[in-house]
Design a protein around this ligand. Structure first.
Ligand SMILES: Nc1nc2c(ncn2[C@@H]2O[C@H](COP(=O)(O)OP(=O)(O)O)[C@@H](O)[C@H]2O)c(=O)[nH]1
Ligand SMILES: [Mg+2]
Length: 485
C-alpha cells in the first residue's frame, strides 16, 4: 500500500464554542506550511518544546491568532511523520481561518480518519489499536472506555500476537517431526504437537468467551421493562434514567410506544426500554404498543418484570413466549413504599392484600403458559424498589450489571476483551482452524497437509492485527472515523 507523501491539515476538535481548538498537520511539508504563516523574523519552536507564535494571514500578513505551536519530528509522532499541532482559540472563526491559511500555503484538507490511517500505515498502531482509538473517543460508559484504553495499550494486541507465536511454534514442532519421519525416535512426538495445539485452542476459546459481553460494551445491553399496565414501569424507567421522560399516569395503558434511553449501571452500558404493558385482552392502539413490547422482549438481554409489591406475580403467556432462553429475567416488586402499610395501591385506587411471595422460594413464570414448553422458569433475580423513595434502585442496578456483565467483571480490569464482531470472527476462525488441525492429525492426515490449518489460523490472527492489511478491512475500520482523527 503506498504511503501518502502529501501534507494534510484538519481541525481536530469539534465544531462550536470552546476556549481552545486544535488544528493538526502531518506530512513531509508540515514544517514549511506552518513556517509560511509566521513573520519573516520568527521561527518554529524546537521539536517537543511548545511555544506561542503569531500566525499571520498568508495573503496580507494580518494577525490571525496567537497559537501554541507543538512540533513533532517524524518518526517520533502520532502519525510517524512530521506533525504540528496548532492550539488556537476556539469558536466559529479562528480554527477555520487557521485551517484555511494552512491550505492556502500547500496543505490538503484531511479525509476522515486520515491521521490515524497514516499512523497505521507507518506501523505506529495496529488495527486493534486503531479501533480502540475510535472506542476511547466514542465510549459512553466507563466499561467500554476501560476496555478500549487497555486495547490502546496493546493488551489485546499482545495477547493475539502471543497466540500467533504459539501457532508458529507448533508449526516449527511439526516441521521437526516431519523432517525426521524415518527415525524411530523422532525428536518431536506427534502427540506432543497435538497436545500443544489443544492448549492453544483452550486459550483461543477463553479469549473468545469475552466476545458476547465485550460486544455489548459497544452497543449497550437491552433491558426491557415488562408488566401489566400500572405496574409502575414508566415510573421505574424515569427513576433509573433520572429524568421524567416517560409519561406516568394513573390510567392504565398510556405508554403505547417504546421509549429507549441509554444509561450506565455499575459503569456498564444499558439501553433501557419502557414498553406498553402486556395484557392479553388489549385491543386497538394499545395493541400496537404491545406488539412493540414483544419485539423488544425478543431482543432483550434482561427483562424487568414489574409487579407491585404484594400483588401476585403472574406472567402473561405472551411475555413468557417472547423471552429468549439466554435472557435474564428479574422480578421487580414495585411501589415498595406502599407495601407494608397494610395494603397497596395498585394505582387505580384499589386496595389489595399484601402477600409474602418475596423470599418464598423460586416463583415460576406462569407455569401453565405453554404446556409443551419448559414448565417453569426460575427468576434470575428479585428486587424490591420504590420509584418514589428510590429504595432498591441501587440494588437493581448492581443486579443488572452482575447478571448481564458478570463474566466481564470477574476478569482482571486490564484483561483483554473482544469488543468487536471483527475480533470475535477472527478468533473463532483461528479456533476452528486449530481444531481442524487436531482432527486432521487424529484422522491420520499427513502432518504437512494438516498444517495448512495452522497457517490459516495464523492468517486469521494476522488479519485481526492488520499485519497483513486488507483494503476492505481497512475501509470498514476507518469508515466511522471523523475528520481530524
Ligand atoms: N407510591 C408509589 N406509586 C407509584 C410508584 N411507581 C409508580 N407509582 C404509581 O403507579 C401508577 C402507575 O405508574 P406507571 O409508572 O405509569 O405504570 P406503568 O403503566 O406500568 O408504566 C402511577 O399513578 C404512579 O404514580 C412507586 O414506587 N410508589
Ligand atoms: Mg407506562
Amino acid at each position: 500500500m503506498p504511503i501518502e507523501v502529501d501534507t494534510i491539515a484538519a481541525i481536530s476538535t469539534p465544531e462550536g464554542l470552546g476556549a481552545v481548538a486544535l488544528v493538526r498537520l502531518t506530512g513531509p511539508d508540515a514544517t514549511r506550511v506552518v513556517e509560511s504563516l509566521l513573520a519573516a523574523d520568527a521561527s518554529l519552536p524546537a521539536p517537543r518544546r511548545p511555544a506561542v507564535r503569531e500566525l499571520l494571514d498568508p495573503e496580507d500578513g494580518t494577525l490571525l491568532d496567537r497559537a501554541l505551536v507543538t512540533r513533532f519530528e517524524g518518526p517520533a509522532s502520532y502519525t510517524g511523520e512530521d506533525l504540528i499541532e496548532l492550539s488556537c482559540h476556539g469558536g466559529r472563526v479562528v480554527p477555520h481561518l487557521v485551517l484555511e491559511a494552512c491550505l492556502a500555503v500547500g496543505a490538503r484538507r484531511a479525509e476522515p480518519g486520515e491521521f490515524t490511517r497514516r499512523a497505521y500505515l507507518h506501523g505506529k498502531l495496529d488495527l486493534v489499536q486503531v479501533e480502540a482509538i475510535a472506542d476511547v473517543i466514542e465510549a459512553r460508559s466507563r466499561a467500554l472506555h476501560r476496555a478500549a484504553i487497555h486495547q490502546l495499550d496493546r493488551n489485546l494486541s499482545s495477547r493475539v500476537s502471543a497466540l500467533r507465536e504459539r501457532i508458529v511454534h507448533i508449526e516449527a514442532l511439526l516441521a521437526h517431526h516431519v523432517d525426521f519421519p524415518e527415525e524411530d525416535d523422532a525428536p518431536v512426538e506427534l502427540g506432543r504437537v497435538v497436545e500443544e495445539a489443544g492448549r492453544l485452542l483452550a486459550e483461543l476459546k477463553a479469549l473468545l468467551a469475552t466476545a458476547p459481553e465485550g460486544e455489548l460494551l459497544r452497543a449497550g445491553a437491552v433491558v426491557v421493562l415488562a408488566g401489566a399496565p400500572n405496574a409502575g414501569k414508566s415510573s421505574l424507567y424515569n427513576a433509573l434514567i433520572g429524568d421524567d421522560r416517560a409519561l406516568v399516569t394513573p390510567e392504565a395503558g398510556t405508554t403505547r410506544d417504546a421509549l429507549e434511553a441509554e444509561i450506565q449501571m455499575g459503569g456498564y452500558p444499558f439501553r433501557i426500554v419502557d414498553t406498553a404493558g402486556i395484557r392479553d385482552e388489549a385491543a386497538g392502539i394499545e395493541r400496537l404498543g404491545i406488539e412493540v413490547a414483544e419485539r423488544y422482549l425478543k431482543r432483550a438481554h434482561a427483562v424487568l418484570f414489574c409487579v407491585p409489591a404484594g400483588m401476585d406475580p403472574e406472567v402473561p403467556a405472551a411475555v413468557v413466549e417472547a423471552i429468549e432462553p439466554g435472557t435474564a429475567v428479574v422480578l421487580v416488586r414495585t411501589k415498595a413504599d406502599l407495601a407494608g402499610r397494610g395494603g397497596y395501591d395498585a394505582g387505580n385506587g384499589e386496595i389489595g392484600e399484601p402477600d409474602d411471595v418475596l423470599g418464598a422460594g423460586p416463583v415460576g413464570l406462569d407455569a401453565d403458559a405453554d404446556p409443551a414448553g419448559p414448565a417453569e422458569r426460575a427468576w434470575d433475580g428479585r428486587v424490591e424498589v420504590s420509584a418514589v423513595t428510590g429504595s432498591g434502585l441501587g440494588a437493581l442496578r448492581s443486579l443488572l450489571a452482575e447478571l448481564v456483565y458478570g463474566r466481564l467483571s470477574a476478569i482482571p480490569i486490564d484483561a483483554p476483551v473482544l469488543t468487536r464482531r471483527r475480533h470475535a470472527r477472527a478468533l473463532a476462525s483461528a479456533a476452528t482452524e486449530v481444531e481442524g488441525f487436531m482432527i486432521g492429525v487424529e484422522e491420520g492426515l499427513p502432518a504437512e497437509v494438516a498444517a495448512t490449518h495452522l497457517r490459516s489460523a495464523e492468517t486469521a490472527l494476522e488479519e485481526l492485527l492488520g499485519v497483513v492489511s486488507v483494503d476492505d478491512v481497512l475501509d470498514v475500520v476507518f469508515r466511522d472515523f471523523c475528520i481530524g482523527k
